[in-house]
Design a protein around this ligand. Structure first.
Ligand code: NDP
Length: 676
């Protein structure tokens, strides 16, 4: 039988396996199927290719260009996903598992593409936070900026999610403007390789933006610099070995790690048998134990329940597990496939035996279970195994041993404080879930456990129909955890992009900050508009373009008319004595909304033109009250422009209202959509 040759993509060329290649066997049959790895891979040339070609090309693109590219890549992978499903069965995964890995990965790309367009500027610099006032007169200001790292991101991924594991790291990396070298786990690298081919063949990626190492990395990590990032998912053992290498420490090379995790799920004290929460809990536990045959970094390893409910739970979970058909993952009837390899099977059985020293196995026997459509001995099959730990306080191994398969341990708690203590005994995890309909219990558990967990997932009868599942990391939310889980964070929307960017505090004058950040900063030069800015198209408007309106006097009749017209007869506008008694007002004052309306009347250009709509107003502050007899005038400046689509873009205007003494009355940012 010919072995499939799983290639690497290095410095623009596909490299076949060579000296040092490793054999890959089917998880289902145990038969040799492929080989990957080549000791002669020129890792120095790969790094150079990424740094000299991929990085500059990506950095020349704006955030929005890169977001559009990520979306197009997701569409391209989606077109070929059947091919990825077909080859993924050999990893032991079922069709349902493929949806998590392949469709989940594509979905993650879409979310990052969309967030990139909505939350990042159509430029090259991301501004982190507001301008800081560092001087009395505002001539010296501060602003934090984020720019792409000028090196390469090396992604070392785990075997369990060959597609999602790559894409959830790749999307934020590319969005940041950093090229990636992806190194999947060898056991399932044939799926990753196929997905990389789809992306490269699309022609959407600049040269050098994506390279692939199938097999070992050689001495690549020893050649990294302070501009490079390592993002790792796998075992704590490997993570610790790699991150503690002197070269990594001496050069302060960023190392993002997501590793072992003893995730817990807590059944709330209110969730007795017969409640929707009890049934939901059983369903979630069963799903987490059996999806991907329990090979999920977020799977529930510890089931923490009120002591009185433990027997009923063991019975209910066992009943569901008993109905789980184990077998050839390609069969439609199969609910749980195989582990990824024989060595993982050995490892899981060893770890289960360790847990077995402190807990009694109450369901599942690795010596006796049936497998449909495949040979239980030849394939890496194990049955789901449920343990019961009667003394979780003195037990240690159940809280620190990750059997990376369908293995979970149930333990009882006396009260909420005890449940919190047990959950935190995992010493840092990716996720803990709490199934309760009692908000007070949820709050107590959240305050007690949040510091130990990267994500807390609450579910009950109100949210269960739309909830996303204990085990699903979402691109919008952070994925990672303290302590045993590696101390890292991935995704979390734009937070995840920041792992591949450098935050820099920039200090200088308003003109300097405006030039660097691309956003007009108050105090910077005002440009005189050649015509009213509302008559100018999106593309014609220039950052800093400003108009000053004539002034308008506010009369008592204006205030009374506005009050009568709108119904806003609040005493501060209508009752001189009551208003004067208020420490904020000298007497009756104009409504803030009256001032805003008059401001619009002062700056607007009424004829049809490129301004399509006023879509919002941000950061409104009223600084000084305006009384009858005072007058106001407006300054309107183009602060920021963000392209939205082919037809229009968003313009953010900085607006100030001042009185006859040139004192600031109000300040805000106005948003309009302007035609191109
Ligand atoms: P490993 O830590 O051995 O491998 C993870 C990744 O690191 C793989 O891509 C692997 O490549 C790579 N790797 C290993 N050694 C080196 C090295 N010296 N230099 C560079 N890269 C290296 O974990 P496994 O995937 O084998 O899984 C083992 C255990 O890890 C599981 O049983 C489970 O307990 C835990 N795990 C935890 C996860 C979590 O997120 N909680 C996720 C996955 C696994 P290669 O495959 O080529 O060796």
């Amino acid at each position: 039988m010919t072995l499939q040759q799983i290639e690497s993509f290095a410095a623009g060329a596909w490299i076949a396996p060579g000296e040092g290649a490793r054999l890959i066997r089917s998880a289902v049959t145990g038969a040799p199927m492929a080989e990957a790895g080549n000791d002669a891979l020129d890792v120095a040339a790969m790094l150079d290719h990424a740094r000299s070609r991929g990085g500059p090309a990506l950095r020349a693109m704006s955030f929005h260009d890169r977001a559009r590219m990520i979306k197009a890549l997701a569409i391209e992978i989606g077109k070929h996903k059947q091919a990825l499903y077909d080859i993924s069965f050999a990893t032991g995964a079922t069709q349902k598992d493929h949806l998590i890995d392949i469709d989940g990965g594509i979905g993650t790309m879409f979310v990052f593409a969309s967030k990139g367009r909505r939350e990042l500027p159509d430029g090259h610099v991301y501004l982190d936070g507001d301008v800081e006032q560092l001087s009395r007169n505002g001539t010296f200001l501060g602003q934090h900026i984020c720019t792409p790292m000028q090196g390469v991101a090396v992604h070392i991924n785990a075997f369990n999610f060959p597609v999602w594991g790559m894409l959830e790291k790749l999307a934020p990396t590319l969005l940041a403007g950093v090229p990636a070298i992806v190194k999947p786990a060898t056991a399932s690298c044939y799926v990753t390789e196929a997905c990389v081919r789809i992306m490269l063949q699309s022609g959407l990626l600049p040269d050098g933006a994506l390279q692939l190492v199938s097999g070992g990395l050689g001495d690549m990590l020893g050649r990294l610099s302070c501009q490079d990032v390592v993002s790792f998912t796998g075992s704590a053992w490997t993570a610790n070995k790699l991150r503690s290498a002197p070269h990594i420490i001496e050069n302060s090379i960023r190392f993002v790690s997501e590793q072992d995790s003893l995730n817990a799920s807590i059944l709330g004290p209110d969730a007795e048998p017969g409640t929707p929460e009890f049934d939901l809990f059983v369903k979630e536990v069963h799903r987490e134990m059996t999806t991907k045959a329990g090979q999920k970094c977020t799977a529930i390893r510890r089931i923490i329940a009120p002591e009185a409910q433990v027997p009923a739970l063991i019975e209910a979970i066992s009943a569901r597990l008993a109905k789980t058909t184990i077998g050839d993952p390609a069969l439609e009837s199969t609910r749980m496939g195989a582990l990824v390899s024989a060595s993982q099977k050995r490892d899981v059985l060893e770890q289960a035996a360790v847990i077995g020293r402190e807990a009694e196995r109450v369901f599942g026997d690795p010596e006796s279970f049936s497998v449909e459509g495949a040979d239980a001995e030849a394939g890496a099959f194990v049955p789901p195994m449920l343990f019961h730990c009667a003394d979780p306080d003195s037990a240690e191994r159940v809280h620190d041993t990750e059997a990376f398969g369908p293995v979970s341990t149930i333990m009882g708690y006396r009260d909420i404080g005890h449940a919190v203590e047990l959950a935190n005994k995992g010493m840092g995890s990716l996720v803990a879930s709490v199934i309760t309909h009692d908000p007070a219990a949820a709050r107590e558990i959240a305050l007690g456990t949040a510091a130990f967990h990267g994500r807390l997932y609450f579910n009950n009868r109100d949210s269960m129909k739309e909830s996303t599942g204990h085990g699903s990391p979402l691109p919008h939310m952070v994925h990672g955890g303290p302590g045993r889980a590696g101390g890292g964070e991935e995704m979390g929307g734009i937070r995840g992009v920041m792992h591949y960017m450098q935050r820099t505090a920039v200090q200088g004058s308003p003109d300097i900050l405006t030039a660097i950040g691309g956003n007009w900063v108050p105090g910077a030069k005002e440009l005189e508009a050649p015509a009213h800015p509302f008559t100018r198209k999106f593309g014609e408007l220039v950052i800093g373009e400003t108009i000053h309106s004539p002034s308008r006097q506010i009369t008592l009749a204006d205030i009374e008319q506005f009050a009568e017209f709108t119904g806003d007869t609040f005493y501060a506008h209508m009752d001189e004595d009551a208003a004067a008694a208020n420490p904020f007002f000298p007497g009756r004052v104009a409504h803030g909304y009256l001032l805003l309306s008059f401001a619009a009347g002062l700056f607007v250009e009424p004829n049809p033109g490129p301004v399509l709509a006023n879509t919002g107003l941000d950061g409104l502050r009223f600084m000084k009250p305006v009384s009858a007899g005072d007058s106001i005038k407006v300054r309107l400046t183009v602060k920021k422009k963000t392209g939205r689509n082919e037809e229009y873009g968003e313009v953010r205007w900085h607006v100030t209202l001042t009185n006859q003494e040139d004192e600031l009355v109000a300040e805000y940012e106005l948003l309009t959509m302007n035609a191109h």
